[in-house]
Ligand binder design. Structure first.
Ligand code: ZN
Ligand code: ZN
Length: 67
């Protein structure tokens, strides 16, 4: 029994979400690299509206890799 998780990439700058299966790696709004999983615990992002990791509570935003 395989449980399929729908996961998303989220833009840490404007909180835009795209499905993980899409080819988008960078936000089409601002060119920021999309966050693919929680930077702290690597948990997948399972809600397109998530602003925080549901696993460890880390906020989805980059402090360093901002470009
Ligand atoms: Zn963006
Ligand atoms: Zn986490």
């Amino acid at each position: 029994m395989v449980k399929e998780l729908v996961a998303y990439r989220i833009c840490p700058k404007c909180a835009r979400a795209v499905p993980l299966e899409s080819e988008e790696k960078f936000c089409s709004n601002d060119g920021t690299k999309l966050l693919e999983a929680c930077a702290t615990c690597q948990a997948p992002i399972t809600s397109p509206y998530a602003r925080f990791c549901s696993h460890c509570g880390t906020e989805f935003k980059f402090s360093k890799e901002m470009k």
